[in-house]
Design a binder for this molecule. Structure first.
Ligand code: SAM
Length: 190
């Protein structure tokens, strides 16, 4: 039996669809942050001038690239496991290597992200992933770190700020101590 190029294209498409389905089940499908949400986050978010910022489930990296344009000294790391948005993010990075030299897109599960020394962590995921997400953040957020959650808050944790966006989803800010748990944090920031 001859295996033609059509077969391999089908395999590629299936792998891409499979990775998107896996991401959807794991924490959320790819639903890009709206421009008004992104602009608000970039302008009003608690971003440091330098240091590391991580996005858990970064999609095509549009928030990270917007932050890179505004804060050129920030190291911006995104974790993504769906192949299509990951490739779009890598192409965007290639399109302007100089402007985006401090942006890194990692093809890796957000639940294995390295948060040691990270000042701000951001995520926009479905609430059904929150029990696992909260455990992960509690165990890994650096002391003094800030966690931003777009869309919906954790049910049983107080947030320090809620920022409403007309026509968009709000985002919630949690400081390290509002998320504190019995688990040790990996590193101390401030
Ligand atoms: C709601 S979208 C966020 C999109 C992003 N903010 C943007 O504007 O493109 C959630 C993202 O998380 C990714 N995702 C879901 N589960 C993941 C996991 N376990 N590890 C890494 N990324 C994951 C999805 O593929 C999706 O791109």
């Amino acid at each position: 039996m001859d295996i033609g190029p059509g077969f391999w294209w089908q395999v590629v498409i299936l792998v891409i669809i499979g990775s998107a389905a896996y991401a959807g089940v794991s924490a959320a499908p790819w639903v890009p942050t709206l421009k008004k949400e992104r602009d608000n986050l970039v302008t009003n978010g608690p971003w440091p001038e330098q240091g590391e910022v991580v996005e858990l489930g970064c999609g095509d990296g549009r928030l990270l690239f917007a932050l890179a344009r505004r804060y050129p000294r920030l190291t911006l790391i995104g974790y993504e496991i769906s192949i299509l948005p990951y490739l779009v993010a890598q192409l965007t990075k290639l399109s302007s290597r100089k402007k985006y030299k401090l942006v890194q897109i990692r093809f890796k599960s957000l639940f294995s992200a390295d948060l040691s020394g990270v000042k701000v962590v951001y995520a926009y995921l479905l609430p059904r992933s929150y029990p696992r997400l909260l455990r992960f953040i509690q165990a890994n957020l650096a002391t003094g770190g800030i966690f931003l959650l777009e869309g919906w808050p954790f049910e049983d944790r107080p947030y320090s700020h809620k920022i409403e966006i007309p026509g968009g989803l709000p985002w919630y800010q949690y400081n390290y101590f509002e998320l504190s748990s019995t688990e040790p944090a990996r590193s101390i920031l401030f």
